[in-house]
Design a protein around this ligand. Structure first.
Ligand code: ADP
Length: 211
Protein backbone atom coordinates (compact mmCIF):
# COMPACT_ATOMS: atom_id res chain seq x y z
CA UNK A 1 0.00 0.00 0.00
CA UNK A 2 1.56 3.20 -1.13
CA UNK A 3 0.12 6.66 -1.32
CA UNK A 4 0.70 9.11 -4.13
CA UNK A 5 3.34 11.15 -2.30
CA UNK A 6 5.44 8.05 -1.63
CA UNK A 7 6.33 7.51 -5.29
CA UNK A 8 9.98 8.05 -6.11
CA UNK A 9 11.34 9.71 -9.24
CA UNK A 10 11.74 6.45 -11.11
CA UNK A 11 8.23 5.32 -10.28
CA UNK A 12 6.87 8.68 -11.49
CA UNK A 13 8.84 8.18 -14.73
CA UNK A 14 7.41 4.69 -15.17
CA UNK A 15 3.89 6.04 -14.68
CA UNK A 16 4.50 8.67 -17.35
CA UNK A 17 5.80 6.09 -19.81
CA UNK A 18 2.88 3.73 -19.23
CA UNK A 19 0.37 6.58 -19.40
CA UNK A 20 1.65 7.53 -22.85
CA UNK A 21 2.51 4.13 -24.28
CA UNK A 22 0.40 1.58 -22.45
CA UNK A 23 -0.24 -1.23 -22.75
CA UNK A 24 3.49 -1.72 -22.68
CA UNK A 25 5.68 -4.61 -21.59
CA UNK A 26 8.13 -4.43 -18.70
CA UNK A 27 10.86 -5.06 -21.21
CA UNK A 28 9.90 -1.97 -23.20
CA UNK A 29 9.63 0.24 -20.14
CA UNK A 30 13.10 -0.90 -19.10
CA UNK A 31 14.45 -0.06 -22.56
CA UNK A 32 13.05 3.46 -22.47
CA UNK A 33 14.66 4.05 -19.08
CA UNK A 34 17.94 2.40 -20.01
CA UNK A 35 17.56 -0.01 -17.14
CA UNK A 36 17.36 -3.77 -16.87
CA UNK A 37 14.05 -5.51 -16.40
CA UNK A 38 15.32 -6.84 -13.06
CA UNK A 39 16.08 -3.36 -11.74
CA UNK A 40 12.59 -2.26 -12.63
CA UNK A 41 10.78 -5.23 -11.14
CA UNK A 42 10.34 -3.85 -7.57
CA UNK A 43 9.02 -0.52 -8.86
CA UNK A 44 6.53 -2.23 -11.14
CA UNK A 45 5.43 -4.44 -8.27
CA UNK A 46 4.84 -1.40 -6.03
CA UNK A 47 2.94 0.50 -8.71
CA UNK A 48 0.78 -2.52 -9.44
CA UNK A 49 0.11 -3.30 -5.78
CA UNK A 50 -0.80 0.32 -5.08
CA UNK A 51 -3.28 0.22 -7.96
CA UNK A 52 -1.69 2.80 -10.27
CA UNK A 53 -0.90 0.18 -12.88
CA UNK A 54 -2.55 -3.01 -13.95
CA UNK A 55 -0.68 -5.88 -15.54
CA UNK A 56 -2.12 -8.29 -18.09
CA UNK A 57 -0.20 -11.39 -19.10
CA UNK A 58 1.09 -11.16 -22.68
CA UNK A 59 -0.25 -7.61 -23.03
CA UNK A 60 1.75 -5.62 -20.53
CA UNK A 61 1.20 -2.78 -18.14
CA UNK A 62 -1.47 -0.15 -18.48
CA UNK A 63 -2.46 2.90 -16.46
CA UNK A 64 -5.59 2.48 -14.33
CA UNK A 65 -6.33 6.19 -14.20
CA UNK A 66 -7.29 6.00 -10.55
CA UNK A 67 -6.70 9.06 -8.40
CA UNK A 68 -4.83 9.02 -5.09
CA UNK A 69 -8.13 9.43 -3.23
CA UNK A 70 -9.73 6.48 -5.04
CA UNK A 71 -6.71 4.32 -4.32
CA UNK A 72 -6.69 5.38 -0.67
CA UNK A 73 -10.34 4.38 -0.29
CA UNK A 74 -9.72 1.07 -2.03
CA UNK A 75 -6.75 0.36 0.18
CA UNK A 76 -8.66 1.29 3.34
CA UNK A 77 -11.23 -1.30 2.40
CA UNK A 78 -8.51 -3.93 2.51
CA UNK A 79 -7.80 -3.32 6.21
CA UNK A 80 -9.44 -5.88 8.45
CA UNK A 81 -9.76 -6.30 12.21
CA UNK A 82 -7.92 -9.62 12.20
CA UNK A 83 -4.76 -8.03 10.77
CA UNK A 84 -4.47 -5.29 13.40
CA UNK A 85 -6.00 -6.76 16.55
CA UNK A 86 -4.46 -6.96 20.02
CA UNK A 87 -4.73 -9.56 22.75
CA UNK A 88 -7.74 -8.98 25.01
CA UNK A 89 -7.31 -8.55 28.75
CA UNK A 90 -10.25 -10.02 30.66
CA UNK A 91 -11.33 -10.19 34.29
CA UNK A 92 -14.04 -12.28 35.94
CA UNK A 93 -17.18 -10.42 36.98
CA UNK A 94 -16.69 -11.15 40.67
CA UNK A 95 -13.19 -9.62 40.96
CA UNK A 96 -12.97 -6.40 42.97
CA UNK A 97 -12.61 -2.92 41.53
CA UNK A 98 -9.25 -2.80 43.33
CA UNK A 99 -8.00 -5.92 41.53
CA UNK A 100 -9.28 -4.61 38.21
CA UNK A 101 -7.28 -1.41 38.69
CA UNK A 102 -4.17 -3.47 39.45
CA UNK A 103 -4.78 -5.61 36.35
CA UNK A 104 -5.22 -2.55 34.17
CA UNK A 105 -1.84 -1.20 35.32
CA UNK A 106 0.00 -4.52 35.10
CA UNK A 107 -1.37 -5.33 31.64
CA UNK A 108 -0.95 -1.75 30.45
CA UNK A 109 -4.36 -1.46 28.77
CA UNK A 110 -7.10 1.14 28.91
CA UNK A 111 -10.04 -1.23 28.79
CA UNK A 112 -10.80 -4.55 30.47
CA UNK A 113 -13.43 -6.97 29.25
CA UNK A 114 -15.47 -8.72 31.90
CA UNK A 115 -16.42 -12.38 31.51
CA UNK A 116 -18.63 -14.78 33.45
CA UNK A 117 -17.78 -18.24 34.73
CA UNK A 118 -18.37 -19.66 31.24
CA UNK A 119 -15.86 -17.14 29.82
CA UNK A 120 -18.63 -15.28 28.00
CA UNK A 121 -18.60 -11.49 27.63
CA UNK A 122 -20.75 -9.72 30.23
CA UNK A 123 -19.24 -6.25 30.50
CA UNK A 124 -16.61 -3.60 29.79
CA UNK A 125 -14.52 -1.55 32.23
CA UNK A 126 -12.82 1.63 31.09
CA UNK A 127 -10.29 3.75 32.97
CA UNK A 128 -12.98 6.28 33.79
CA UNK A 129 -15.35 3.59 35.09
CA UNK A 130 -12.67 2.62 37.60
CA UNK A 131 -11.81 6.23 38.45
CA UNK A 132 -15.47 7.00 39.04
CA UNK A 133 -15.78 4.05 41.40
CA UNK A 134 -12.70 5.29 43.25
CA UNK A 135 -14.18 8.67 44.14
CA UNK A 136 -15.57 8.58 47.65
CA UNK A 137 -14.94 6.35 50.58
CA UNK A 138 -15.96 2.93 49.26
CA UNK A 139 -13.75 -0.01 50.07
CA UNK A 140 -12.53 -0.81 46.53
CA UNK A 141 -11.54 -4.36 47.37
CA UNK A 142 -15.12 -5.04 48.51
CA UNK A 143 -16.92 -3.86 45.35
CA UNK A 144 -17.17 -6.42 42.53
CA UNK A 145 -16.69 -5.01 39.03
CA UNK A 146 -20.09 -6.19 37.84
CA UNK A 147 -21.65 -3.39 39.93
CA UNK A 148 -19.85 -0.65 38.00
CA UNK A 149 -19.16 -2.08 34.52
CA UNK A 150 -21.04 -1.27 31.33
CA UNK A 151 -22.98 -4.45 30.77
CA UNK A 152 -24.50 -6.59 28.06
CA UNK A 153 -26.53 -6.06 25.93
CA UNK A 154 -25.11 -2.52 25.76
CA UNK A 155 -21.67 -3.63 24.63
CA UNK A 156 -20.52 -2.63 21.15
CA UNK A 157 -18.57 -5.47 19.55
CA UNK A 158 -16.98 -6.44 16.26
CA UNK A 159 -15.92 -9.60 14.42
CA UNK A 160 -12.46 -10.48 13.17
CA UNK A 161 -13.54 -10.21 9.52
CA UNK A 162 -14.96 -6.69 9.93
CA UNK A 163 -13.35 -3.73 8.19
CA UNK A 164 -11.27 -1.37 10.33
CA UNK A 165 -13.30 1.42 8.76
CA UNK A 166 -16.46 0.03 10.39
CA UNK A 167 -14.68 -0.24 13.74
CA UNK A 168 -13.58 3.39 13.44
CA UNK A 169 -17.17 4.44 12.76
CA UNK A 170 -18.42 2.58 15.85
CA UNK A 171 -15.75 4.15 18.07
CA UNK A 172 -16.81 7.58 16.81
CA UNK A 173 -20.55 6.95 17.13
CA UNK A 174 -20.31 5.50 20.65
CA UNK A 175 -17.45 7.75 21.82
CA UNK A 176 -15.42 4.83 23.14
CA UNK A 177 -11.78 3.74 22.86
CA UNK A 178 -11.99 0.07 21.99
CA UNK A 179 -14.14 -2.87 20.98
CA UNK A 180 -14.00 -6.51 21.96
CA UNK A 181 -13.59 -8.84 18.99
CA UNK A 182 -16.08 -11.62 19.55
CA UNK A 183 -17.30 -14.94 18.24
CA UNK A 184 -20.97 -15.74 18.60
CA UNK A 185 -21.78 -19.04 20.27
CA UNK A 186 -25.12 -20.55 21.27
CA UNK A 187 -24.54 -19.43 24.83
CA UNK A 188 -23.22 -15.94 24.22
CA UNK A 189 -20.19 -13.99 23.03
CA UNK A 190 -16.69 -15.37 23.34
CA UNK A 191 -13.93 -12.73 23.47
CA UNK A 192 -11.20 -13.38 20.87
CA UNK A 193 -9.39 -10.06 20.79
CA UNK A 194 -9.38 -6.33 21.27
CA UNK A 195 -9.20 -3.46 18.83
CA UNK A 196 -8.33 0.03 20.00
CA UNK A 197 -7.65 3.52 18.75
CA UNK A 198 -3.95 2.59 18.86
CA UNK A 199 -4.51 -0.29 16.44
CA UNK A 200 -6.35 2.10 14.11
CA UNK A 201 -3.48 4.58 14.34
CA UNK A 202 -1.04 1.83 13.33
CA UNK A 203 -3.20 0.92 10.34
CA UNK A 204 -3.31 4.59 9.35
CA UNK A 205 0.48 4.76 9.32
CA UNK A 206 0.71 1.47 7.41
CA UNK A 207 -1.59 2.97 4.76
CA UNK A 208 1.05 5.59 4.05
CA UNK A 209 3.44 2.77 3.26
CA UNK A 210 5.54 3.54 6.33
CA UNK A 211 5.35 -0.04 7.52
P1 ADP B 1 -12.80 6.18 29.22
O1 ADP B 1 -14.15 6.21 29.91
O2 ADP B 1 -11.75 5.65 30.14
O3 ADP B 1 -12.42 7.43 28.55
P2 ADP B 1 -14.04 4.86 26.95
O4 ADP B 1 -14.29 6.17 26.26
O5 ADP B 1 -13.66 3.70 26.15
O6 ADP B 1 -12.92 5.04 28.08
O7 ADP B 1 -15.36 4.47 27.76
C1 ADP B 1 -16.44 5.33 27.96
C2 ADP B 1 -17.61 4.54 28.55
O8 ADP B 1 -18.08 3.62 27.57
C3 ADP B 1 -17.27 3.71 29.78
O9 ADP B 1 -18.32 3.77 30.70
C4 ADP B 1 -17.09 2.29 29.25
O10 ADP B 1 -17.52 1.29 30.18
C5 ADP B 1 -18.00 2.28 28.04
N1 ADP B 1 -17.46 1.44 26.96
C6 ADP B 1 -16.17 1.32 26.56
N2 ADP B 1 -16.05 0.45 25.55
C7 ADP B 1 -17.29 0.00 25.27
C8 ADP B 1 -17.86 -0.92 24.33
N3 ADP B 1 -17.11 -1.56 23.43
N4 ADP B 1 -19.20 -1.12 24.35
C9 ADP B 1 -19.98 -0.47 25.25
N5 ADP B 1 -19.52 0.39 26.16
C10 ADP B 1 -18.19 0.64 26.18
Amino acid sequence: MVSEIELNKRQEKILEIVKENGPITGENIAEQLNLTRATLRPDLAILTMAGYLDARPRVGYFYTGKTGAQLLTENMKKLFVKDYQSIPVVVKENVSVYDAIVTMFLEDVGTLFVIDEKSLLVGVLSRKDLLRASIGKQELSAIPVNIIMTRMPNITVCKKDDLLLDVAQKLIDKQIDSLPIVKETDEGLEVLGRITKTNLTKAFVALAGEK
